[in-house]
Design a protein around this ligand. Structure first.
Ligand code: HXC
Length: 257
């Protein structure tokens, strides 16, 4: 598919989306949001894709929502159009998604990365929620996701001062899963995605869904949800294959069923 603001490609069982507005440090405008959702629709519909990687450039994953597009918006417009609600479609995806972040991940860029299931960061990554400097606050889930990921004290500090956090601090704080040298970022993210894509897709999707429940419900309800889906996994051929392969000392061949 030909897009204006992103590039897409398929690497084996992995779908790769590269944000591609270098002149604006990949600022997230409405065209880009629409194109990301189109690309995600296609990857989710493609039975061969088991994991999706989203990345930017070496300089910027994304420097935020597009300030030039937002500057003149009015309250009635943002309210009536439910501005930013298209991002819920991104965060609601069911296949595993990895953000491979190099350079700036600021404002909506940090929020987009946090919508993915986990972040692999290059050592030059810089995360921040600088919206307060623009007279607004995060509007794509940042106040909620950042707080859940790094805790209240740090989330408050980040959102109230707008300061940036480097990759090492981000890893220490639980914002990113792993930090790798910039030169290794894409290969590392693709390799990680390939590992995930080699598992049973329905089992990976159920695992993602169950971990996401932890953000929504009490511990006892979350554990009940986990147990019910765990039971359901015994209705899949992939459970039989995985366990039989282990007992037979061979590699499993999952059929996504
Ligand atoms: C639109 C942007 C942009 C953005 C950068 N650009 N960020 N355009 N929206 N978020 C554009 C610049 O205007 C400039 O265009 C070009 O990209 C290069 O940027 P420079 O500033 O020249 O680069 P540099 O000096 O290296 O500084 C990099 C930077 C800085 C520190 C990342 O660009 C910056 O502070 N950007 C804004 C970061 C931010 O505030 N993000 C949050 C946005 S609000 P020209 O045409 O001049 O070359 C948000 C959520 C909103 O995300 C939610 C509430 C509604």
């Amino acid at each position: 598919m030909a897009f204006e603001t992103i590039l897409t490609e398929t690497r084996g069982k992995v779908g790769l989306i590269t944000l591609n507005r270098p002149q604006a440090l990949n600022a997230l405008n409405s065209t880009l949001l629409g194109e990301v959702n189109q690309a995600l629709d296609a990857f989710e519909a493609d039975q061969n894709i088991g994991c999706i990687v989203i990345t930017g450039s070496e300089k910027a994953f994304a420097a935020g929502a597009d300030i030039k597009e937002m500057a003149e918006l009015t309250y009635p417009h943002t309210y009536m159009a439910d501005f930013f609600s298209g991002w819920e479609k991104v965060s609601g995806r069911r296949k595993p998604m990895i953000a491979a972040v190099a350079g700036f991940a600021l404002g909506g860029g940090c929020e987009f990365a946090m919508m993915c299931d986990f972040i692999i960061a290059a050592d030059n990554a810089k995360f921040g929620q600088p919206e307060i400097k623009l007279g607004v606050m995060p509007g794509m889930g940042g106040t909620q996701r950042l707080t859940r990921l790094i805790g209240r004290a740090k989330a408050m500090e980040m959102c109230l001062t707008g300061r940036m956090m480097g990759a090492e601090e981000a890893e220490r704080s639980g914002l990113v899963a792993r930090v790798v040298p910039l030169a290794d970022l894409i290969n590392d993210a693709l390799k990680t995605a390939d590992t995930i894509a080699s598992m049973s897709l329905p089992i990976a999707m159920m695992t993602k869904e169950t971990i996401n429940r932890a953000d929504e419900v009490s511990l006892s309800e979350g554990i009940r949800f986990e147990r019910r889906l765990f039971h359901a996994m015994f209705a899949t051929a992939d459970q039989k294959e995985g366990m039989t392969a282990f007992v037979g000392k061979r590699s499993p061949e999952f059929k996504n069923g």
